[in-house]
Design a protein around this ligand. Structure first.
Ligand code: ATP
Ligand code: MG
Length: 831
């Protein structure tokens, strides 16, 4: 692990690692790789089965079930205890299996979106080093790597040279703002821990800005990141999960209250003692939606696996799927997301608007020397386009210094040696920002801004170029030197729209999602791109304008810095929206982090991919629509399960408790309550595989705990009334009050009625088609309700066949119940 030793000078560190600033030879690197193993972080602990199961046990319902099982065992009610334990085991097993399946189908795609590192290696001892990209896994201690904006730090490294380097190390320290790092040659030990050392960067952090050359100190399982695994602060739970959690806790309290209440009521009104405890426990178990964790995991895991297979979307954090389903505002970055980010130089024009090749040449000289002096691993897209268009330029000068591009500043500057002891500053960047640094009278400035805006209106990207001749000096060039420049002209670029972007945006709007575009580019370029994307004549604002962070604000917000993007996302969230952010660049990292769901295309920089919750492995924006639908489907299924289970469980419990107090005997034996519960659980697993109706997929899904609890109380009471009415009617219509004398008949009738009403509720409380898995499960449940009591298993459970007249009456009661359910449901939906 990185330790005291690294406080040595960089030369000492290089010597200790038996390497040099020119890197290792391929042969030496291969030998080290064989000896030390691959540079892969240890597999997350969650992969092991026992741990998966242990995690499943942490669920509140499981804990309550276990407590109830323990109580049953204490009063020697072994049957109950065994059934409860079996329930827990089945639920944990199903849940772990679901997660395992999802992991497997995602693993292959994860490898597809894995990162690479730029390393300096030599083919032989005497050959010049060559910078090349290798898989991160092949790095070894002693390798010299280059880091640029958006790169993930591939191992624990010591900086040899750095320029304007800032890194995000939130994964390690939880601190969200990027920290500055520098290559201190003779470090003095600072107060804080190793993460505060400016000359060390750690695996798991990412480069926010600047560039560096560094030597790899530790790889694989010996990195700090590996040591800190599990210690990182988890992301806050999604809104949907929070709602489910809130509802769960209300229920857990109910469940814990049920047994003592039943005991006390029975003791007070019926003079019964502790012998009712098994019944009380069974009733409490009956109230539990114990399959909830299984349904949640199965829905998420299935959704993620299907997305991976059908649309090549990687959901890196399963609960993010629910957030996707709830997203009502999606913010997108323009360049690289809606456009291809493969700009091609269109024209170079002088201040008068005429063609001027000199402008292109100066811009390319600037790009070349920034690239050389900042030791960037790769040029950014605009610089690359300049170098391609201008051909080999730059070498005719001596490079002196460089301030690489940063999105907050929107300029980049290189300094080259001029004639007779002078230096030439070459600054290029966004037109407004470059013009601000030029010596110009206001009228001329306005004219040039208009010239740039005219080019941007045509959908072109525009860079302004300016130079300054200054006396030669030795101190390094800084941002402060970018002033008093002479304006040279503009270079314009064409950047084609991403294929399918227009269609994808239309699809998202059709899903009820508001689209916002947050870009660092010129307002006119952005507005034109939106028009070409079919968004119509959209309102365009700049980040500084008021209302940029409101949902009814301008559709396009241009000239956003990375922080502006994050601020707007945070503002929308604070206003109660669930916000998704789709972006690909370094300037999107803070916003990806600030959003409820961060989404990155496969072509995004490593750091953006690592920050995102969802990665689109295919260059197809349409996949987002599919991902949103998958999220809504998953949430809708969970909500249906909860609605159906809770309202019918609550109804059963109320009916059973009231009947228990009215009757001279228990309305059902504990073992029958549990058997009935097992039947319910098995049937309701169907919700994990359901296809909800189109209505559930048309709008973002939200689950409001209050409204939800009102819903289940309403339908629960209705259910209880149906139960009690059945018995009132039966008792009167069949053999008068005597019918209640035969306990076995009563228990069987109650059992059948419960299973049939549950089946009815499954069909009627859930929107959408009656067919499919839920329809089949409801049919099976009804069949069990009718066939089990007269059979041998029924006899073993203390039940018996029912008189035929009962079935006729039951049919009538069920018909009435169905009508009532429909009526109440319709009223509820209208509200
Ligand atoms: N290499 C560069 N050198 C100089 N200026 C640049 C360079 N790259 C970008 N710029 C200028 O800085 C502006 C902001 O860039 P930034 O990367 O923040 O956003 P963007 O790429 O234009 O758009 P988006 O936010 O949609 O990705 C650009 O519009 C351009 O004018
Ligand atoms: Mg971008």
């Amino acid at each position: 692990m990185v330790s005291e030793g690294e406080a040595a000078t960089s030369l000492q560190v290089l010597r200790r690692l038996d390497t040099g600033p020119r890197g290792l030879t391929e042969a030496e690197a291969a030998a080290r790789l064989a000896g030390l193993g691959e540079n892969t972080p240890p597999r997350p602990h969650t992969d092991s089965w026992p741990l998966r199961c242990a995690r499943a046990l942490r669920d509140p319902f499981t804990a309550v079930l276990l407590t109830l099982g323990l109580v049953s065992a204490l009063v020697a009610s072994w049957g109950t205890a065994v059934v409860i334990l079996a329930l827990v085991a089945v639920s944990c097993g199903l849940r772990a299996a679901g997660e395992h399946r999802a992991d497997r189908s995602l693993a292959a795609l994860r490898a597809l979106v894995a990162g690479t590192a730029t390393v300096l290696r030599r083919s032989g001892v005497d050959t010049e080093p060559r910078a090349r990209e290798i898989p991160v896994a092949e790095l070894v201690p002693g390798d010299v790597v280059r880091l640029g904006p958006g790169d993930l730090v591939p191992a624990d490294v010591r900086l040899l040279r750095a320029r304007g380097l800032t890194v995000h190390q939130a994964v390690l320290t939880g601190e969200s703002a990027p920290v500055a790092k520098a290559a201190v040659d003779v470090p003095d030990r600072s107060e804080g821990g190793p993460f505060d050392e400016p000359y060390l960067c750690f695996q798991g952090s990412g480069v926010a800005s600047g560039s560096a050359t560094a030597v790899v100190v530790e790889t694989g399982e010996r990195t700090r990141f590996a040591a800190a695994q599990g210690g990182a602060a988890p992301r806050e739970a999604s809104a949907f999960d929070r709602s489910v959690h809130g509802i769960s806790w209300v229920l857990v309290r109910f469940m814990l209250l049920t047994p003592p209440l039943v005991l006390m009521a029975n003791a007070a009104l019926r003079g019964r003692g502790l012998e009712t405890l098994p019944f009380a426990v069974a009733v409490a178990v009956g109230l539990t939606p114990e399959m909830l964790p299984v349904i949640v995991t199965t829905c998420l895991a299935r959704g993620a696996a299907l997305l991976a297979r059908a649309h090549r979307v990687v959901v890196r954090r399963l609960p993010a799927l629910h957030d996707l389903g709830a997203v009502d505002v999606l913010c997108l970055d323009k360049t690289g997301t809606l456009t291809q980010d493969r700009p091609v130089v269109e024209r170079a024009l002088g201040p008068d608007g005429d063609d001027d090749p000199e402008v292109l040449r100066w811009a390319a000289v600037g790009a070349w020397w920034t690239l050389q002096l900042a030791e960037l691993p790769a040029p950014d897209a605009l610089d690359e386009a300049l170098l391609t268009a201008a051909g080999p330029v730059g070498e005719e000068y001596d490079g002196i210094g460089a301030v690489p591009f940063a999105p907050e500043r929107r300029t980049a500057t290189a300094v080259v040696a001029g004639s007779l002891g002078t230096h030439v500053l070459v600054t290029k960047g966004a037109a407004e920002d470059v013009l601000d640094r030029c010596d110009l009278d206001p009228a001329e400035r306005e004219r040039l801004l208009a010239l740039a805006a005219r080019e941007a209106d045509a959908g072109l990207r525009v860079l302004a170029v300016a130079t300054a001749r200054v006396p030669a000096r030795t101190r390094p060039c800084t941002v402060a030197d970018e002033h008093g420049l002479a304006f040279r002209g503009l270079v314009t670029f064409r950047d084609a729209l991403a294929p399918g972007a227009a269609e994808a945006l239309r699809g998202l709007a059709g899903l009820g999602i508001t689209i916002r575009i947050l870009t660092g580019d010129h307002p006119a370029t952005a507005a034109r791109a939106c028009r070409d994307l079919g968004l119509g004549a959209v309102e365009t604002g700049v980040a500084a304008s008021e209302g940029a962070a409101r949902v009814d604000g301008p559709v396009v917000v241009a000239r956003c810095t990375p922080e502006d993007k994050a601020r707007i996302v945070a503002g929308l969230r604070a206003a109660g929206h669930t916000v998704g952010f789709l972006g690909d660049g370094v300037n999107d990292i803070p916003a990806l982090r600030a959003a409820d769901v961060g989404i990155a295309p496969r072509t995004a920089v490593d750091l953006a991919r690592e920050t995102a919750d969802v990665v689109l492995a295919e260059k197809d924006l349409g996949a987002i629509g599919h991902a949103v639908t998958a999220g809504r489907r998953s949430s809708a299924n969970i909500a249906s399960y909860l609605r159906v289970t809770l309202s019918s469980n609550l109804g059963n419990v109320i009916a059973m408790l009231s009947a228990g107090l009215l009757l001279p005997f228990l309305p059902m034996l504990p073992v029958q309550v549990l058997a009935q519960n097992l039947c319910f659980d098995a049937a309701q697993l169907a919700f994990a595989y359901d296809r909800p109706g189109p209505a559930a997929l048309r709008r973002p899904t939200v689950l409001r705990p209050r409204a939800f609890l009102r819903f289940i109380t309403g339908f629960g009471v209705l259910n209880a009334i149906a139960d009690l009415a059945t018995f009132g009617v039966l008792a009167l219509a069949l053999r008068g009050p005597d019918a209640l004398d035969d306990q076995a008949v009563f228990h069987s009738a109650w059992f059948t009625e419960n299973l049939l009403t549950q089946a009815l509720v499954m069909l009627l409380l859930r929107g959408g088609s009656r067919r499919g898995p839920v329809g089949r499960a409801a049919a099976a449940l009804a069949a069990v309700g009718l066939l089990l009591p007269p059979g041998p298993l029924g006899a073993a459970l203390g039940m018996t066949g029912l008189p035929p007249a009962y079935h006729a009456l039951l049919a009538a009661v069920l018909g009435l119940y169905a009508l009532a359910l429909r009526a109440v449901r319709a009223r509820h939906d209208r509200r």
